[in-house]
Design a protein around this ligand. Structure first.
Ligand code: EPZ
Length: 431
């Protein structure tokens, strides 16, 4: 079992280079299934979710070659099956993108229901409703979704989403890219990775318009050509380091980012008292010698404040003076990690979708666990501010989505290391 050991109390200083976006990579890699030629995908984060989706594609017949740490060559021409029923599929939520991609290629798909981070009910009813509108029928049995087009090829239609859903928007774009006629997705998600997928599909010759607005129009094409494509920087990884700089009252420059994607995060950090300077592809967060104060946050679909930065900001706000109120407006139950922060003496109470943080009292080190990916990032931030040595377990969640997280924090001056713990907690060696 691997754990992180963090000695808190050091301000972060220096530069950090942000990796490619996890949530774009896990959509764009399955999108290659639709392509009729090999593709090269660059700026891929080196994280376990990417390894997993690459392995799933390989098992389905694709030739997946890692060219270097951040580049994958994928040749989808030998994909021989419309079924993704290996247990690996349960290892990640985004495996539901195989449904859209396989439907687009074969007109049918059988995919195990997805796993991934667990923070409450995570239904896929909107995905299935959208596929039905495109002429598909489905049944769920033995833990898998078996779905097929009634007529072999999907048919374009107008679909109004009841909920602004990132996954549904992306899945329908995948399914519609080679469908017959025009598909219109109304009330769709506008996240940067939705736009990135549209750009990738268009670079292969697809006809996707409007991504980044709340209506996307896709006119199906017959052939998609191979391309070299570079994934956008990870907005949430950037937000995580920015929150950590504020929490430790440090000064860091976050490089290889798109500052526009970070507007809602930057606005909150300015509101609590940080100095933020934006450059073309970087942002500097300066919290040195500052008294940071409370703020309220309501998570919203993009361009609102991202739910995927909510836990990190809660951890950071425990260090700020005053009472902050968080309204988690996207997920029903994304506060499980607060029990862990309470073990560190954080003064936080939860009432339904609200978390109320009485900030300004230093946290105390304690053994804690990552209850999911972003919750794990929040534990690191809390540990960096705490007095004493915090041991974080369940770090496999963190490594699903953060490339070289220990190395990046160490380079900023954090006292953090990864240890291997054999059988019992009293035998630990550094790895
Ligand atoms: C994506 O999940 C991200 N995952 C999540 O990031 C992120 O939290 C979420 O979008 C919201 O921004 C990936 O991109 C792989 P949704 P997704 O469909 O697409 C409800 C991280 O930490 N809903 O936008 O699964 C749903 O329950 C991860 O990197 C339905 O009711 O989220 C939620 O309340 C975790 N029915 C809301 O919509 C559906 O069919 C938004 O979910 C689909 C969703």
């Amino acid at each position: 079992m691997n754990k992180f050991v963090v000695n808190g109390g050091k301000a972060l200083n220096g530069e950090v280079v942000i990796s490619g976006a996890k949530n774009a990579a896990v959509a764009i890699i399955p999108a290659v299934i639709l392509c009729d030629e090999p593709c090269r995908i660059e700026n891929i984060p080196n994280i376990s979710d990417v390894t997993l989706i690459g392995t799933i594609l390989h098992e389905m017949g694709a030739v997946v070659k890692r060219v270097n740490k951040s580049t994958l060559d994928i040749d989808p021409r030998r994909i021989f099956t419309h079924e993704a029923t290996t247990d690996l599929v349960r290892g990640m939520r985004a495996s539901y993108y195989l449904l859209g991609a396989l439907l687009g290629k074969f007109g049918k798909a059988k995919v195990l229901l997805p796993g991934g981070c667990n923070f409450g009910v995570r239904p896929i009813d909107q995905h299935l409703k959208g596929f039905e509108a495109l002429g598909c029928v489905h049944e769920i049995s033995d833990g898998a979704v078996d779905i097929r087009s009634r007529e072999g090829r999907l048919k374009g239609r107008t679909i109004y989403l009841d909920i602004v859903s990132v996954g549904t928007t992306i899945n329908l774009m995948l399914a519609a890219a080679k469908a017959e006629g025009l598909t219109v997705i109304e009330n769709c998600a506008k996240e940067p990775h939705v736009v990135d997928l549209a750009n990738f599909l268009n670079s292969m010759g697809a006809d996707v318009r409007g991504a980044g607005t709340d209506v996307i129009k896709i006119r199906g094409v017959n052939y998609l050509k191979g391309v070299t494509y570079s994934i956008i920087p990870d907005q949430i990884e950037a937000g995580t380091y920015m929150a950590a700089a504020a929490a430790t009252r440090g000064c860091i420059t976050v490089k290889n980012i798109t500052p526009k994607h970070l507007d809602s995060i930057t606005a909150k950090l300015r509101e609590i008292g940080c100095d933020i300077e934006e450059f073309d592809e970087a942002v500097r967060v300066d919290a040195r010698n500052r008294t940071l104060t409370r703020c309220n946050i309501k998570t919203m679909p993009h361009p609102g404040f991202p739910t995927d930065c909510q836990p990190q900001f809660v951890a950071m706000l425990t260090s700020c003076n005053g009472t902050s109120i968080i309204n988690e407006n996207v997920w029903d139950n994304r506060y499980q990690y607060i029990n862990e922060l309470q073990r560190m003496d954080a003064k936080i109470s939860v009432e339904g979708r609200l978390a109320i943080i009485e900030g300004g009292t230093p946290l105390k080190a304690a053994p804690v666990k990552a209850t999911d990916l972003r919750a794990g990032a929040a534990m690191i931030i809390a540990a960096l501010t705490a007095n004493g040595t915090t041991v974080i377990s369940n770090i496999q969640y963190i490594e699903r989505g953060y490339e070289e997280v220990v190395e990046k924090f160490q380079a900023l001056g954090a006292d953090i290391k990864r240890i291997y713990v054999k059988d019992s907690d009293d035998f630990a060696e550094s790895v």
